[in-house]
Design a protein around this ligand. Structure first.
Ligand code: IMP
Length: 459
């Protein structure tokens, strides 16, 4: 080997795929990733969020205690885990401070366990002002956002006029940034939407104070994670929202403003693609969507109401009733492809317990002709006619079941059908909100993707 080659190979040591696994939602968010990440976190040293902000709402139930996490990765509930809010996340410091306070009140300390990227962009009150005003402006497409200022913050980031966490600690920069941005946003929001102006001086003071409260968390998290990976430590990358809300691959413009798919995990943390060993996709046993946009399998009759009621399908962030419908296999296949999902986690199986028949969308037609691709426009997505296959219901409780063999044969058939049609195994099934209400499929790829302790959870 030449000296150059020897140096190069020495330099690349530890840079192969590490124990980094991504968990993504395969639908429009709310698939139950919070519980799944909390569960898988038992096997990882680090958990990192890579996109989104406090538009996300991950509900985790531990010993009857319900936690709603919005910014803080669900792994924080595991004493051994270190949690990272990556550079790809947009952070409302007020929301972060409140979430940490709620965690500490519930006995979960974040000291020395939670780290925030210095490169993450900051949500300021004018982002919310602009979003609220724009969403209700006549003639604008109503996305039905969570009104957290997420989109306008990403706009400023990409427009190279954003404020990053690190900038909060340069007092003069902060003062000037807030003064200039408030003047500009007040002018725009006032002229276009008649919004009430915001006070720059007060905002500067508020953010200076908030910045001190989050200062102990701020780090170069890309460096932290890369060092951890190089030392062989495992990292779980936690996606928020879902594949179909991805800014590029989702049902644009009815999407969120970040890359929710597995590729976003690299950009949003600073870990390279070669570090990632695989992706796990989370799907509900049926489908839900909050906000506007196409939803080919939406069910608006009484069965839809039953799904919503039994599945308690109300947004954990906004409380809005979720739109509900049947599992859409072509969209699931799309998510499997985009994320190279090796294993699926199917959640809320028990919500289907009461149905005699369960429709599953297995394809689409348009004007009678089969459609093979997922259309790129909303107009075409809305013209799709789903083709359903009806699977027999099991009419038996699966709530809390912890072993595959204990599931009714028809429920197992339903899961086999999903796996076969989606092109990815079902490696885990969630049968209730608690950690133990879970089935890990013995011998699954999911088991192999993770350290051995997981198998013990299902027994
Ligand atoms: P935004 O992310 O607030 O800009 O909202 C854009 C779209 O994404 C809206 O349809 C929201 O309802 C949806 N959305 C954002 N976050 C979540 C989530 O965590 N779960 C489900 N839908 C979400």
């Amino acid at each position: 080997m030449t000296k150059l080659a020897a140096n190069a190979s020495a330099g690349s040591e530890g840079r192969s795929a590490a124990d980094c696994v991504v968990v993504v939602g395969t639908q429009w968010g709310d698939e139950g990733k919070g519980k799944v990440v909390d569960l898988l976190a038992a096997h990882f040293a680090w958990i990192a969020r890579y996109q989104g902000g406090h538009n996300a709402g991950h509900t985790v139930v531990v010993d009857g205690k319900r936690f709603i996490l919005q910014l803080v990765p669900s792994g924080i509930l595991r004493p051994h885990c270190k949690a990272v809010i990556g550079n790809g996340v947009v952070v409302d410091p007020q929301a972060l401070v409140e979430e940490i306070a709620a965690l500490e009140q519930a006995g979960v300390s974040v000291d020395g366990k939670l780290f925030l990227s210095q490169r993450a962009h900051v949500i300021l009150p004018y982002h919310r002002m602009i979003e609220l005003a724009a969403e209700s402006a006549p003639g604008r497409v109503k996305i039905g956002t969570t009104s957290r200022g997420i989109g306008p913050t990403y706009e400023d980031k990409m427009g190279r006029r954003g404020l990053r966490v690190i900038d909060l600690y340069d007092t003069e920069l902060l003062r000037a940034h807030v003064a200039n941005a408030v003047a500009e946003k007040n002018a725009v929001a006032g002229a276009l939407y008649g919004a009430k102006p915001l006070d720059a001086g007060r905002m500067f003071e508020d953010y200076r104070e908030l910045s001190e409260r989050i200062r102990p968390l701020v780090r170069d998290t890309a460096q932290l994670l890369n060092q951890a990976a190089a030392e062989g430590e495992s990292i779980l990358l936690e996606g928020a929202q879902g594949t179909l809300l991805d800014i590029d691959h989702g049902s644009y413009p009815f999407v969120t403003s970040s890359s929710t798919t597995a590729g976003g995990a690299c950009i949003g943390t600073g870990l390279a693609p070669t570090r990632i060993r695989g992706a796990i996709g989370v799907s509900k046993a049926y489908a839900t969507r909050v906000g506007g946009g196409p939803f080919p399998t939406e069910e608006q009759d009484g069965r839809g109401a039953a799904l919503r009621e039994v599945g308690r399908e109300f947004g954990s962030v906004t409380g809005r009733p979720r739109r509900v419908g049947w599992l859409d296999v072509p969209l699931l296949r799309y998510a499997v492809t985009l994320n190279a999902i090796e294993s699926l986690v199917v959640t809320k199986l028990d919500v289907l317990d009461r149905f005699d028949e369960i429709p599953v969308c297995v394809g689409y037609r348009r004007e009678g002709r089969p459609v093979d691709e997922i259309p790129a426009t909303v107009a075409e997505l809305e013209r799709l006619e789903p083709v359903y296959e009806s699977l027999p219901g099991w009419r038996q409780s699966t709530a809390g079941v912890t072993a595959l063999a204990a599931l009714p044969a028809r429920a197992r058939h339903y899961l086999d059908f999903i796996a076969e049609r989606a092109g990815a195994e079902v490696g885990m099934i969630s049968t209730g909100p608690e950690r133990h209400q879970t089935i890990v499929v013995p011998g699954s790829r999911l088991e192999r993707l993770l350290p051995a302790r997981l198998a013990a959870l299902s027994r």
